[in-house]
Design a protein around this ligand. Structure first.
Ligand code: DP6
Length: 328
């Protein structure tokens, strides 16, 4: 038996301006540019082993065989890499998250970034990061951003152009993301189906038209380390994206009543002079962005909200990387 094997780690990311809707659904070409923050410690560790003796791919996610749509997505990703390297060997994939899946904290971003890196390393493909970002995007759009650490911009354009690039490393600015977990159940409509619906909303085109100016202002806010300016953009785009979701056909409502209770808390903190803002991905959970000095008070305030099941405290994280520790 011959084997080609590698392990890689990648982190989740939170979008400050969102990727929502594609110009090409199959290739995951985003309708607009998005900017994210890579999150420590939300990590996926993935081992890929291409083997001469396997009759089919064997996929284990968090200790279990995944549901068939997820397994199919992973298999298609392995096929991409088999195509790139010219091998026909099937693979074993073992992947472990240190955070709960399906609660709107983008497990697919960390997952496909780690899978991409592990496949490339196992098959000894010497790919530059922008190529890794492109292949990660083919697995999941937001995964293109998780190849990089810190503050990251995902471009749109052609298949070659729609890759992520780093804006600032993780040490540039210590913004914390306190994730108020309001539900742990799997979301009913996965983002990939939501992206397909985006263009059915009359607000989609209006949002996409606003994004270049919003990204320009967000980049200024990041360069100036200005949380109030960042918050204005992040909140506005989260609300615009959810307005698109809610007005799609069929309508998509990811919020729970509890979502608004956290939004209200954040507005209250701001009135009290505490620097904080919120953003919400394709799920009910609220991400509260703040500065280090406010973390204890905001964490305590979120924990005191009876609707909040858990609070995950995240800070800027590093790029995806190949790791050497054994993992089975
Ligand atoms: C709301 O990257 O999860 O989190 O490419 O179909 O896997 P697929 O979608 P995905 O979409 C992310 C949607 C979002 C916003 C964002 O992360 O930019």
């Amino acid at each position: 038996m011959e084997e080609r094997r590698a392990t890689a780690a990648a982190r989740a990311n939170i979008a400050l301006t969102k990727y929502w809707g594609n110009t090409d659904d199959a290739l995951h070409i985003p309708a607009n540019e998005s900017i994210s923050l890579t999150l420590e410690p939300l990590r996926t560790l993935t081992t890929v082993s291409f083997r001469s003796d396997l009759a089919q791919d064997r996929i284990t996610l968090n200790g279990e065989a995944p549901p068939s749509p997820t397994a199919e997505r992973v298999r298609r990703h392995l096929d991409l890499f088999r195509g790139l390297s010219g091998t026909s060997w099937k693979a074993g994939v073992t992947s472990q998250n240190n955070f709960p899946a399906g609660v709107g904290i983008a497990s697919s971003a960390a997952g496909f970034a780690a899978l991409t890196l592990a496949c490339a390393a196992a098959l000894q493909l010497d790919l530059p990061p922008r190529e890794l970002s492109r292949w990660a995007r083919r697995g999941s759009g937001s995964a293109a951003r998780s190849i990089w650490g810190g503050y990251v911009l995902l471009h749109t354009g052609s298949d070659e152009e729609a890759v992520a690039e780093p804006l600032h490393g993780p040490d540039w600015w210590e913004v914390y993301d306190l994730i108020a977990v309001l539900s742990r159940s799997e979301k009913r409509v996965p983002s990939r189906d939501g992206h397909r619906r985006a263009a059915t909303s009359p607000f989609h085109a209006a949002r996409v038209a606003q994004i270049p100016e919003m990204n320009r202002r967000l980049r200024q806010a990041l360069a100036a380390r200005d949380l109030a300016a960042l918050g204005e953009i992040a909140e506005r785009d989260a609300l615009m994206m959810h307005a698109v979701m809610m007005t799609s056909v069929p309508s998509l409502i990811y919020w729970l009543p509890a979502t608004l209770t956290v939004v209200e808390q954040v507005r209250g903190w701001r009135q009290d002079g505490i620097a904080a803002c919120f953003t919400i991905d394709a799920g009910p959970n609220v991400h509260v962005l703040t500065l280090p000095e406010h973390v204890p008070a905001i964490r305590a305030g979120l924990k005191a909200n009876p609707a909040v099941q858990d609070v995950l405290v995240c800070r800027p994280g590093a790029a995806a990387k190949v790791v050497t520790e054994p993992h089975d």
